[in-house]
Design a protein around this ligand. Structure first.
Ligand SMILES: *Cc1c(COP(=O)(O)O)cnc(C)c1O
Length: 360
């Protein structure tokens, strides 16, 4: 089989999504399945929908279009604040978008009017992580102006934490979002359908807090695909952490010195020789590099250590293992490695099903 490749186990992804949809459903929270690290794969999208996600979300229009061309009819949420240059397309291919700029929403309004459509808007609120969001003090004023715009439906409010500054979702910032939802409803006499509390980083809070307040939606990508939460990168109980794995092939395997020789200057990507001379060691090269994956996000089998990487080569210390050329090595990946390898044209994507031989 071709290498490098990602093996994507749709049954494990289904299990992860189903488990989270049920656990959050018990707490009144629906799930938007986030597709942005899956390049709009229709098979992954269908797997998430079968598992009960309410709608699909993506940060890129190209992925949303790819899903629609594959006849996926679910509601599509644009996660990244819209570019004005894409306003016409956004109102035709998505149902709603997360927004924080009034000027952009005005352009969406004219585009929606021209297209004879209504576009849903979720206003993002800044609650401390300092990426996208309207400052809470400016929210009422923005709502007032959005409500005047033709062909725009105010669907709700949301926030995004733990992405830029690592601010954890907790009782304090989540109850602030609930309070803002209540206050908008009271001030304008309307109902907000969606109060979207955040991403995979919200799971700790959502599944352990005593009161989820008004939060009724989370947008989940990493937790579903990798089975781990992004705050401390710990596995989530009951989920598979190996639904997606990366396989690479050995192209050189030799006993060589542990230390380089000659005059030492810069390396291509900063390969560090291991500290201390250990004499000869088994050095193995895999056909895998920065063009395929984020090498820092790889975890190899026990007993194998990654020494360094350049554009096309990954050098490992294979310890006790003699891995001759042609051998395949399987890696666990983190979110950064997942995003890079999913979007690399050099990495094959192979969909698999465990359920053929194992009950889920
Ligand atoms: C990427 C993204 C998500 C999903 O984040 P995960 O950590 O993968 O769950 C949710 N919301 C927004 C706005 C995003 O950009």
């Amino acid at each position: 089989m071709s290498a490098p490749r990602l093996e994507i186990d749709l049954d494990k992804i289904h299990h992860n999504a189903r488990t989270l949809v049920e656990q959050l459903g018990n707490r009144g929270i629906s799930v938007t399945g986030v597709m942005k690290s899956s390049l709009g794969s229709p098979e992954i999208a269908r797997t998430l929908l079968r598992a009960g996600v309410k709608m699909l979300g993506d940060s890129r229009l190209e992925n949303i279009e790819a899903m629609q061309q594959a006849n996926i009819t679910a509601s599509m949420m644009l996660l990244r604040s819209p570019m004005i240059s894409q306003a016409d397309k956004i109102v035709t291919v998505t149902d709603l978008s997360l927004n924080s700029e009034l000027g952009v929403i005005r352009m969406l309004s004219s585009a929606a009017k021209a297209a004879g459509r209504t576009h849903g808007v979720v206003l993002m609120v800044e609650l401390g992580d300092l990426r996208e969001g309207i400052m809470p003090a400016d929210l009422n004023d923005t709502v007032r102006q959005v409500l005047c715009l033709p062909n725009i439906a105010l669907k709700g409010i949301g926030t995004n934490l733990a992405c830029h500054s690592g601010v954890s979702p907790d009782a304090k910032n989540m109850s602030e979002l609930s309070r803002l939802a209540d206050s908008i409803e009271a001030a304008f006499g309307l109902t907000l359908d969606i109060v979207s509390g955040g991403n995979s980083a919200n799971l700790d809070w959502a599944l352990s807090c005593t009161n989820t307040g008004r939060i009724n939606n989370l947008r989940l990508g990493e937790a579903v695909l990798l089975g781990c939460e992004p705050l401390h990168r710990q596995p989530i109980e009951g989920l598979y952490t190996d639904a997606i794995t990366l396989i690479a092939e050995v192209i050189e395997s030799k006993a060589k010195p542990s230390q380089p020789w000659g005059e030492i200057a810069q390396t291509a990507f900063g390969i560090k020789p291991p500290a201390g001379d250990r004499g000869n060691m088994l050095r193995v090269i895999l056909a895998l590099g920065h063009q395929d994956v984020d090498p820092d996000g790889l975890q190899g089998p026990n007993g194998i250590a990654i020494i360094g990487a350049s554009s096309d080569h990954l050098i490992i210390d294979s310890g006790e293992f003699r891995l001759k050329a042609g051998t395949e090595v399987r890696f666990q990946i983190n979110y950064s490695a997942l995003v890079r390898s999913m979007t690399s044209p050099f990495v094959a994507k192979v969909l698999t099903h465990t359920s053929k031989n194992r009950l889920l």
